[in-house]
Design a protein around this ligand. Structure first.
Ligand code: FAD
Ligand code: NAD
Length: 476
């Protein structure tokens, strides 16, 4: 009941959790005719995260970087079911998952159990707060579409409130102070986009308050973008300073209240200073933490007891200590950084592996049938023997699946004022580059990576629209 396509009892049921980079790369490359595919995710769309920072200012409209999962499934040869629900528990002994519908409208069919023969966990990660008080209550994260929409609204709320008659100087300065915590790529890209928004639009449309607008980027380590080369770090920091973004490195945020951030600055002489920083908007981008469902799995599987940052997997992405369970992307610990690039390569690898497993099973079945026929002395034994030999040859070839190996294509980040930085592999060497040409490369690279032609066209139209008419500053 409620099933959209009836499962075929002769096929294995493959349950895929999540509709992010890892799971969608798997779906895209999987031959869905071989399995009863069931996708479970609270988000009924794929999100192209690299352009999410651009949605916070309205440079790109959020629907331009979303692709409905049902549109993805429609193009598959074999039918697949999608359920908008969140998996809350995996019973690896009984091979069932428990799902809950956490959307606004829910029927009596929640919670619910879904059995699996094979399970892929691609649930991503949640935002790290390190238990710092006040973060969840007072700051905005930047991970999902809702986060970007919240930030977009809040920027304009701060601006309009600061522009309201009768505000004190102190209050205007606070409201116009936009603080970003975390100098990783998310924090840097957002700070760049925000400063662009101010320079290109807010300054013109709300000139009265513009001298007070300030973006501060706070990073606990000695520099921003720690995963990039020294040359690009210097280039990024210099560019951000030229853009008048205030960078506070060696500064660790310790506490957050409704209107202030309390941070500890490590000084060159080894002493520490506590400072209070008033803010209007606070964006928290300090990286990833493990999701509850993954934590729950890790605590129940004895082989996972030493793993801290997610599900430990082997070189075939099999979750250590669990039968018929694989993990991809930010929730898997395979020795790579938690990036879209890694997640999508892992998803594509699993698709190849599963396509192969299905082919192997069908060849083995055919060999078994032919052998039985030969044993019963039915049919032409010589022809059957020849076919078996051929099938076995094919089988040896496809059975030999090499373990997963990540191939790094490079790192790219937008840093504001139409400049980007890139650490890319180039003719067997590495190219570290920054500037306006890199920005064009960044734009074309991200455009080519967009999920669909529809997304690509919408993103181009948004870029053109913003260039011609400016960003839309209406607060929805
Ligand atoms: P996600 O893409 O996060 O997808 C997880 C999926 O699981 C979602 O559909 C979610 O709804 C679903 N889910 C969550 N909980 C459950 C549950 N309990 N049950 C079922 N489903 C669940 N990486 C790059 O390589 N290049 C970039 O330029 C880049 N830019 C980024 C910009 C931003 C602003 C951010 C936040 C990240 C960026 N990243 C980038 C990192 C990249 O987005 C992640 O590494 C990538 O999304 C990980 O893919 P994933 O499939 O593991 O998880
Ligand atoms: P991150 O983990 O890369 O960076 C978080 C930063 O926050 C760290 O530098 C850390 O030192 C700092 N930090 C932590 N606690 C702090 C505190 N209390 N006070 C001040 N600073 C603190 O996180 P991210 O930028 O969200 O990126 C997450 C993942 O997504 C990474 O793997 C990244 O490479 C990837 N990503 C890539 C791109 C890109 O390639 N353009 C863009 C966004 C994200």
């Amino acid at each position: 009941p409620g099933e959209q396509s009836v499962p075929d009892p002769s096929k294995k049921t493959l349950v895929i959790l999540g509709t992010g980079w890892g799971s969608v790369a798997l779906l895209k490359n999987l031959n869905t005719e071989n399995y009863n595919v069931v996708v479970v995710s609270p988000r009924n769309y794929f999100l192209f995260t690299p352009l999410l920072p651009s949605c916070t200012t309205g440079l790109i409209e959020h629907r331009s970087i979303m692709e409905p999962v049902r549109a993805i499934l429609r193009h598959k040869k074999g039918a697949a079911n999608y359920y908008e629900a969140e998996a809350t528990h995996v019973d690896t002994e009984r091979k069932v998952i428990t799902v809950v519908d956490n959307s606004e409208i829910k029927g009596p069919a929640t919670p619910n159990e879904i059995p699996y023969d094979m399970l892929v966990v691609g649930v991503g990660a949640e935002n790290a707060t390190f238990g710092i008080p006040g973060v969840r209550e007072h700051s905005c994260f930047l991970k999902e579409i809702g986060d970007a929409q919240r930030i977009r609204k809040k920027i304009m709320d701060c601006v309009e409130t600061a522009a309201l008659r009768g505000q004190s100087e102190e209050e205007m300065n606070r409201l116009m102070h936009m603080v970003v915590v975390g100098g990783g790529p998310t924090g840097v890209e957002f700070a760049g986009e925000l400063q662009d928004f101010f320079e290109e639009d807010i300054k013109k449309l709300v000139p009265g308050i513009s001298p007070r607008f300030k973006v501060t980027l706070i990073e606990a380590l000695p520099n921003v973008l720690p995963s990039f080369s020294k040359q690009l770090i210097d280039y990024t920091e210099n560019t951000l300073r030229e853009e008048k973004i205030d960078i506070m490195t060696k500064t660790m945020v310790k506490n957050v209240t409704e209107n202030t951030v309390e941070a500890e600055i490590s000084k060159p002489d080894g002493t520490k200073e506590r400072v209070q920083i008033p803010y209007g908007l606070l964006v928290w981008a300090t990286g990833n933490a493990v999701r509850p469902i993954v934590k729950d799995m890790m605590s129940r599987i004895p082989a996972q007891k030493d793993s801290r940052r997610g599900l430990a997997v082997n070189e075939y992405l099999v979750v250590q200590g669990a039968r018929d369970v694989w993990a991809v992307g930010d929730c898997a610990v395979a020795g790579y950084a938690p990036t879209a690039q890694v997640a999508s390569q892992e998803g594509s690898f699993l698709a190849r592996l599963f396509n192969n497993m299905a082919k192997t099973e069908s060849l083995e079945g055919r060999i078994h049938d032919l052998s039985s026929k030969m044993n019963l002395k039915a049919g032409n034994a010589a022809d059957d023997a020849r076919e078996i030999e051929l099938l076995e040859k094919q089988l040896r070839r496809i059975k030999d699946v090499k373990p997963f190996r990540y191939s790094h294509q490079g790192s790219l980040a937008y840093i504001g004022s139409e400049k980007a930085v890139a650490d890319v592999s180039w003719w067997n060497g590495n190219l570290a580059t920054g500037g306006s040409l890199t920005y064009l490369f960044w734009r074309s690279a991200y455009l080519s990576m967009c999920f669909s032609t529809r997304n690509r066209v919408l993103v181009i139209l948004d870029w053109l629209k913003s260039k011609a008419f400016g960003r839309d500053i209406s607060r929805e």
